[in-house]
Design a protein around this ligand. Structure first.
Ligand code: AMP
Length: 132
């Protein structure tokens, strides 16, 4: 599953007008939404990597972190603070958790609508200890 613009919109360089996550934001396809406001939506990952696995997405489509602009500064902060608040609400703030964003192919991005993964509820180990 990939909704990268180069797949779904042939060779167009324009931003995609729709994504899987935009459909979830508009509640056109089902998801277990845990938080939504005017700017962001958070819902359970359909294929959780841990007991807690929430995706926090901006309501507006930004395909990858590379496409974010200075105008998005507040929105990006809001994604982080939403993840922080949900971690508290879901009781994993003290035990610990991981927040990450995959970018493009090598980063493992599959859905081209930026999203933070909030993952926790079990020891996650060290993901990166050195660059090689
Ligand atoms: P990424 O690889 O960072 O693009 O992550 C995409 C994530 O979206 C994966 O963890 C998927 O399990 C998750 N995902 C895909 N489709 C859905 C869906 N319909 N509802 C909730 N999560 C989804």
């Amino acid at each position: 599953m990939s909704d990268h613009p180069t797949n779904s919109q042939s060779l167009s360089n324009s931003a995609p007008t729709d994504t899987l996550f935009a459909k979830i934001v508009r509640r056109e396809i089902p998801a277990k939404i845990v938080y939504q406001d005017e700017f962001v939506t958070a819902f359970h990952d359909i294929s959780p990597a841990a007991p807690v696995h929430i995706l926090v997405v901006p309501n507006k489509i930004i395909p990858t972190l590379n496409d974010a602009t200075p105008e998005d500064e507040q929105l990006l902060g809001k994604l982080m603070l939403t993840a922080q608040r949900l971690a508290k609400e879901l009781g994993i703030d003290k035990s610990g958790y991981r927040v990450l964003m995959n970018v493009n192919h090598d980063g493992g991005q599959v859905v081209y609508h930026i999203h933070l993964h909030l993952i926790g509820g079990r020891p996650l180990g060290r993901m990166v200890s050195r660059a090689d």
